[in-house]
Design a binder for this molecule. Sequence first.
Ligand SMILES: Cc1cc2nc3c(=O)[nH]c(=O)nc-3n(C[C@H](O)[C@H](O)[C@H](O)COP(=O)(O)OP(=O)(O)OC[C@H]3O[C@@H](n4cnc5c(N)ncnc54)[C@H](O)[C@@H]3O)c2cc1C
Length: 455
Amino acid sequence: MPEGIAIALLTCDLRMHDSPVLHAAAAHPGTLPVFVLDEAIHGGGLAPPNRSAFLADCLDDLDASLRARGSRLVVLRGDTATETARLAHRTGAAKVHVAAAVSGFGQRREAALRDALGERLTVHEAVATTVAPGEVLPAGKDHYAVYGAYFRQWALVPRREPFPAPSRLNTPEQLGGLALDEVRRQLTAHGAAAPELAPGGETHGRRRLWSWTDTGLDGYAEGQDDLAGDRTSRLSPYLHFGCVSATELAQIATSAQSPGSEPFLRQLAWRDFHHQLLAARPDAGVNDYRSRGDHWRHDEAELEAWRQGRTGYPIVDAGMRQLLREGWMHNRARMFTASFLTKTLYQDWRAGAAHFNQHLLDADVANNQLNWQWVAGTGTDTRPNRVLNPLRQAQRFDADGSYVRRWVPELASVNGSAVHRPWQLPAAVRAKLDYPEPMVDLNDGLARFRLARGL
Ligand SMILES: Cc1cc2nc3c(=O)[nH]c(=O)nc-3n(C[C@H](O)[C@H](O)[C@H](O)COP(=O)(O)OP(=O)(O)OC[C@H]3O[C@@H](n4cnc5c(N)ncnc54)[C@H](O)[C@@H]3O)c2cc1C
């Protein structure tokens, strides 16, 4: 049996279930579950309000679950390595357990922890992904650039059983740390969160996981692009904060043997694909992965209209409004709103990614920037010049216009599919709607893009 006190340093694994870190730390006679509000992420309002509010929920929820098992969460603030080393020194902790990092920031943090703690640090498997970056590689290369080939290998990786939640933890008293209401105050002091944000935390994440696998998974293949039906799992924020384990989710989806299992696993594997790509090419978070020689336009007024959901194309505006109200957007809508910005308006994908990053609960550099690059045609899409026509997208994925009416209240009174072309409504009806004319002619946008790309 391991000796002494162990610190379980939780980072992107804010959960009790399937936590290799908590599991290892719980084997010690004393366990200190710790989270550090790192100044490099949370200092001076650096973190966007939506993710900060969600994080406050996650920490409250984790603390409640730990208390139910005789423990509690110690929240510190500062530099993660410095604060953890200080706590280890103060409590005489024999070990610090942490999950291996996947992101660039996480790797720098891990190196600093090694410097500060030396032999006392134990780094466990990466938990942010199901398959860690570098675990599957094509012969002679440092990452997969083609998703299909990656997925075939990803699907063959044996999956371990999830770790059970520890039933009891023995945590010493008098450890200090911030009170959780103060943590929430600090996290939410820098701006209001979106009004319809999902609640954070493992309890909500697991409820969603089970309700969705029970009732949603079977219909995933037919329903995943049904905008109004809202038939995807909505688990991405919980995966991002580690409230739900990607490994456990993959295992549940596999063992369900549902018609939705394979299509769902295919989507889940995209997360790992982007993480392995960014780990091998860290500059793809900022620079084109495959340059197409673009000289993007910059028009701030257009960009702002796109951000606010006032482009005059209702389906695009519905997606952008959903983002502002929920801190989340349906995948199909992410695709055509991003295509509208980068192809129809021919504006830089980095401007779009920055706006998504500011609002999305699930945003991380790998998945946000690389999905943006996929849509912009500078990433891994094998058809880099495809342009999604918003009217055709509307016809296919929101045939009766319900998604638009839900998110664009100015158009709520327009029945049926007419809502997708408000410019064709009688002038007297149009005059009563506070809704803009289309900001660009789709054919002109297409011609401009094709010219720019030399097509
Ligand atoms: C421009 C753009 C930006 C995006 N930014 C992000 C981001 O910052 N973070 C993020 O997690 N996803 C991002 N996505 C991918 C995708 O839109 C979301 O993961 C998905 O909408 C989340 O909803 P869900 O949980 O209901 O997904 P489901 O359809 O239920 O899929 C299950 C899980 O698979 C993963 N997944 C599905 N599609 C993708 C994909 N294309 N790339 C990576 N993972 C995927 C997610 O973890 C998701 O939770 C982006 C897509 C686009 C087009």
